[in-house]
Design a protein around this ligand. Structure first.
Ligand code: KIV
Length: 318
């Protein structure tokens, strides 16, 4: 490949300026330069595009898709096909941020070769630039690195282990479990992980792990000492239906904004206040005159014409 073609796949920004793409090695460079890494989840074109244009560094097509978009109780049910479908939509929207696909439960828990094959599908078929896997799967991380698939690890509270953990609980609260988490993080880094998401661990533990790793840590419910922070987009903007977790900061209440916009629209339709004349198309003068000179339509219906009896329609307002 010619180096002059190197950035050909990256469209320019709206201002026509070249975009400096965020990559997995760029995240490590940000850590070296003590630049905080911002990350958010996204699952569709519109929100991914807004998030990218807002300058977020790393977009995760999280398996939280199962809960916040598809309405499942936990993350376990989401499939490879669903994750691929949403990763493609995000990929089409993003120019600058790193696009990471979350590998769904069951797609990397069996044979190593199957995990690698599924990860390669995210790169080849959906345009992801890295995959994220939960837990300490050292052999798989090595195999993915050998297959040129950048990997982000995920330790601490790993939602795909909800049944084993007996619920969503803060992890690494005892000296022994802290030491295990430290050694898991070291092992992942040594095996080739490009970054590690630390979820649901005490801030002091995240600080120690962050200090000893050369690769970045991205925290969620892990305090301010990580190299970066990630949140679920729907939590950030108030598009969820349960009280948020302690670590969530709500920056907007889109739930209320959407509800009120939709109620306003319904009200306008019911009162014939939408659409207005300005929101309607008009005939030109000549067509209007031609229409006016046409004979009035007959009000006699052929017996064959189908007439809808509105009284027979069900009453949906009750
Ligand atoms: O699926 C997800 O949203 C995640 C988080 C790290 C936010 O894994």
């Amino acid at each position: 490949m010619s180096l002059t073609n190197f950035s050909a796949g990256v469209p320019p920004s709206p201002a026509g300026l070249p975009v400096k793409k965020v990559t997995v090695p760029a995240l490590a460079e940000m850590k070296r330069q003590s630049m905080p890494i911002s990350a958010l989840t996204a699952y569709d074109y519109a929100t991914a595009r807004l998030i990218d244009e807002a300058g977020i560094d790393f977009i995760l097509v999280g398996d939280s898709l199962a809960m916040v978009v598809l309405g499942h109780e936990n993350t376990l049910a989401v499939t490879m096909d669903e994750m691929l479908h949403h990763t493609r939509a995000v990929r089409r929207a993003v120019r600058r941020a790193l696009v990471v696909a979350d590998m769904p439960y069951g797609s990397y828990h069996g044979a190593i070769a199957e995990g690698v094959a599924n990860a390669v599908r995210f790169i080849k078929e959906a345009g992801a630039e890295a995959v994220k896997i939960e837990g300490t799967r050292i052999e798989l991380v090595r195999a993915l690195s050998d297959a040129e698939v950048p990997v982000i690890g995920h330790l601490g509270l790993t939602p795909q282990s909800v049944h084993r953990m007996g619920g969503y609980r803060v992890q690494a609260r005892t000296a022994e479990t802290v030491r295990r988490l430290q050694s898991d993080a070291r092992a992942l880094a040594e095996a080739g992980a490009g970054a590690i998401v630390l979820e649901g661990v005490p801030r002091e533990v995240a600080e120690v792990i962050t200090a000893e790793l050369a690769i970045p840590t991205i925290g969620i419910g892990a305090g301010p000492g990580c190299d970066g922070q990630i949140l679920v987009f729907h939590d950030l903007v108030g598009l969820t239906f349960a009280p948020p977790a302690k670590f969530v900061r709500r920056y907007a209440d889109l739930g209320s904004a959407i509800r009120s916009a939709v109620e306003h629209y319904r009200d306008d339709v019911e009162h014939r206040a939408f659409p207005s004349d300005e929101e309607s198309y008009h005939l030109g003068e000549a067509a209007r005159q031609a229409l006016a000179s046409l004979p009035a339509p007959s009000t006699d219906f052929d017996s064959d014409d189908e007439v809808v009896n509105r009284d027979s329609l069900p009453d949906w307002t009750n």
